[in-house]
Design a protein around this ligand. Structure first.
Ligand SMILES: C/C=C/C(=O)SCCNC(=O)CCNC(=O)[C@H](O)C(C)(C)COP(=O)(O)OP(=O)(O)OC[C@H]1O[C@@H](n2cnc3c(N)ncnc32)[C@H](O)[C@@H]1OP(=O)(O)O
Length: 651
């Protein structure tokens, strides 16, 4: 899908970011010209796009052949040729203000007034870059994350003079690439994601510098206790300690002594073989869960929440944009606004005040917005309001990890963690349970569940969240699956991609399963030393029989959709282009079917499976008898006699 008014895109730079942006734009259907200053660089970038497209094709992640996509990608070393006639120019040159200004001035000379001029800068001011052109309202930041082909997030950065319509068009363009834009309404240093990553890396570095923590302790606690995808020191080694050092120095932010020492010694991280960890003679980031000790994670998270409060209070971004940005851009399970609401903003504020009083360091000074929220009594989830409002009533939602909508009798549910393959975290499972237990079923005749994105229904329980789970908390069959199983309407799982572990268990708790041909099913739990823990062993046994159930559970292998259909694990496995139509056919029958009949059928089929044949037959007879007295049966039989379609009302 392309955006109205944008047909031709010029990407200036063929390096890591440039060739990635060119690739995703060509994939989305735009006519792209990629330009760099030397033919060798252009050829290298083009080769990288070819390689990446080939990989995507091998994994069946793209519908077109790489050759077809490449027909939309031209290259040149001539800037004027690249940008002439372009509707959008995305500059992805090295991070130097003088260079970017030079490029923008030249681009302006060769483009029409309506051409949008975007910069992929991650650290420079959009307002500053825009000074190079006579009409700065055309200039916007489109900050892609590395690698663009994989990362879902793009920060749409508004310079002081960026026109609202230009930023909106930029965001539409991002959406047309299948990516998620967040608006960064003021071009503050670090935009949103790097602003939050500042204290995530910085505070532990101060704590280690001041002898209050050890490196492994910090990394182990943040990863294994708090569920961050990487430890702060491990992350600094990956991105380069000198990079963080440069950003802080440029932004006038004090540099923690330990980072200073590493840079002076030339130990910059993975790229030099040594940083906070030793990658040449040692085992790299070799921290273990037990290293976490007494590390004060609240001190780090309080600063991250404070930074988020500054962004929100200063009108840079909404809480939702901050949280979406850090989820998609940094892989955080929970963004800092939501985390602040969980911790209690009063707790966060007390921690910051305590540290500020103790040290007098500016970094602990509470943000005005944080103080205002606490003074207004908006202290977070427990108070019903913090950065977000929480519905304390009985109805469903609001939810942050799933989307749902009820329309024309259909409850359509989407698991919304595409960046984690829709892995089922404790919070997402709670939301599923809450929705299926609290949604008003009067208006609903059937439900569907699908995964967001194009990779997975769900790749299972969130492995990142295993570390701080108490065994006793997970030893009951998960309420989410039971809520789906017991939902008094038919539920259909729409499986497009991986359906693994607890994801498969969720699909098994549904009544029907339809899959695209490329989907894969399996119980990888055994490879983690586990067994399916959400009803998988028992439901597989009942659906597949012992032979096949044991094969899946014991071997942990994945099976294709074709085999899943052959085994009776799914109702249909169909080519991707027939998926929606097949789902619609099923849903049409469920939506027009008799609600009471379907409810009783589901109950009798589910419960009869666990009963003796005699008991199950008695259950069936009772159900049959019960239905005989309903208006729907009168309608069904009358419609038959009148040779018309019945119109059931569920009475
Ligand atoms: C009682 C129930 C227990 C369970 O369910 S235990 C969990 C069972 N499930 C699994 O073991 C599956 C784990 N995932 C995988 O094996 C692979 O993934 C896939 C085969 C599904 C896909 O592989 P690829 O195409 O190479 O993608 P990628 O880079 O591994 O995944 C993309 C991002 O998704 C995250 N992710 C995938 N599965 C999970 C998960 N189950 N829990 C948490 N995160 C997950 C990854 O880490 C990564 O994230 P980043 O891009 O930040 O590296």
């Amino acid at each position: 899908m392309t955006v109205d008014g944008i047909t031709r895109v010029a990407v200036l730079g063929a390096g890591n970011m440039g060739h990635g942006i060119a690739e995703v734009a060509a994939l989305a259907g735009y006519q792209v010209t990629m330009r760099d200053v030397e033919q060798g660089l252009v050829d290298e970038g083009y080769g990288n796009v070819e390689w990446s497209l080939q990989k995507l094709a091998e994994k069946e992640r793209i519908d077109e052949s790489p050759e077809t996509v490449l027909t939309r990608l031209d290259t040149t070393v001539d800037l004027a040729e690249a940008v002439t006639g372009a509707d959008l120019v995305v500059e992805a040159a090295p991070e130097r203000m003088d260079l970017k200004r030079e490029i923008f001035a030249e681009v302006e000379a060769h483009t029409d007034e309506g051409t949008i001029l975007a910069s992929n800068t991650s650290s420079l001011s959009i307002t500053g870059i825009a000074e190079a052109v006579s009409d700065p309202s055309r200039v916007v930041g489109l900050h892609f994350f590395n690698p663009p082909v994989k990362m879902d997030l793009v920060e749409v950065v508004h310079g002081e003079k960026t026109a609202g319509s230009v930023a909106e068009k930029g965001a539409e363009f991002v959406e047309s690439l299948g990516k998620t834009p967040i608006h960064v309404r003021k071009d503050v240093q670090g935009f949103v994601v790097n602003s939050i990553l500042g204290p995530f890396g910085g505070e532990p570095a101060w704590m280690v510098s001041e002898g209050e923590a050890a490196i492994r302790e910090a990394d182990a606690a943040m990863v294994h206790e708090r569920g961050y995808p990487m430890g702060p020191f491990e992350l600094a080694d990956l991105t380069g300690i000198d990079v963080g050092h440069h950003v802080r120095t440029e932004g006038g932010i004090p540099v923690p002594p330990i980072a200073e020492e590493k840079v002076e010694a030339g130990d910059l991280g993975r790229k030099t073989g040594r940083g906070y960890y030793d990658y040449e003679d040692g085992d790299g980031a070799d921290y273990e869960p037990e290293d976490a000790g007494e590390f004060d994670t609240l001190r780090v998270e309080a600063r991250m929440v404070n930074e988020a409060a500054k962004l929100v209070g200063d009108g840079v971004a909404t809480p939702d944009a901050v949280d979406t940005g850090t989820r998609l851009g940094a892989g955080f399970a929970t963004g800092p606004c939501r985390r602040g609401d969980e911790l209690g903003l009063d707790t966060v504020l007390s921690k910051l005040r305590e540290l500020y009083d103790e040290t007098g360091a500016d970094r602990y000074e509470p943000a005005d917005h944080l103080v205002e929220l606490v003074e207004a009594g908006h202290t977070g989830e427990a108070a019903g309001r913090g950065f977000y409002e929480y519905d304390t009533g009985d109805g469903p939602g609001p939810y942050r990890l799933l989307n749902y909508e009820v329309a024309d009798g259909l409850l359509a549910v989407e698991l919304d963690r595409p960046e984690r393959m829709n892995a089922l975290s404790a919070d997402l499972l709670d939301e599923i349970a809450d929705l299926f237990q609290s949604v008003d079923t009067d208006e609903i005749r059937c439900a569907t569940i699908e995964g967001a994105g194009d990779r997975a229904f769900s790749a299972g329980a969130d492995i990142g969240g295993f570390a701080d789970v108490e065994p006793t908390d997970v030893m009951d069959v998960t309420p989410a699956f039971e809520a789906v199983n017991d939902f008094p309407r038919p539920v259909l799982a729409k499986v497009d991609g991986y359906c693994l572990g607890a994801g498969l268990e969720l699909a098994l708790a549904c009544d029907l399963r339809i899959a695209t041909g490329g989907s894969e099913f399996g119980c990888p739990e055994i490879r983690l030393g586990l067994i399916p823990g959400g009803g998988g062993t028992q439901r597989l046994l009942r659906i597949l029989g012992e032979t096949r159930a044991k094969e899946l559970v014991f071997r942990g292998n994945r099976i294709s959709a074709e085999r899943a259909e052959d085994w009776g694990l799914v109702n249909r496995a169909v080519p991707a282009d027939e998926f929606d139509a097949t789902v619609d056919e099923f849903c049409d029958d469920l939506l027009s079917g008799p609600p009471l009949g379907l409810k009783v059928a589901k109950k009798v089929l589910n419960e009869g499976d666990d009963a003796s044949l005699a008991a199950a037959l008695a259950m069936e007879s009772q159900g049959f008898g019960l239905l005989m007295s309903t208006d729907d049966v009168v309608e069904g039989t009358t419609a038959f006699a009148q040779d018309r379609e019945p119109e059931f009302e569920g009475r």
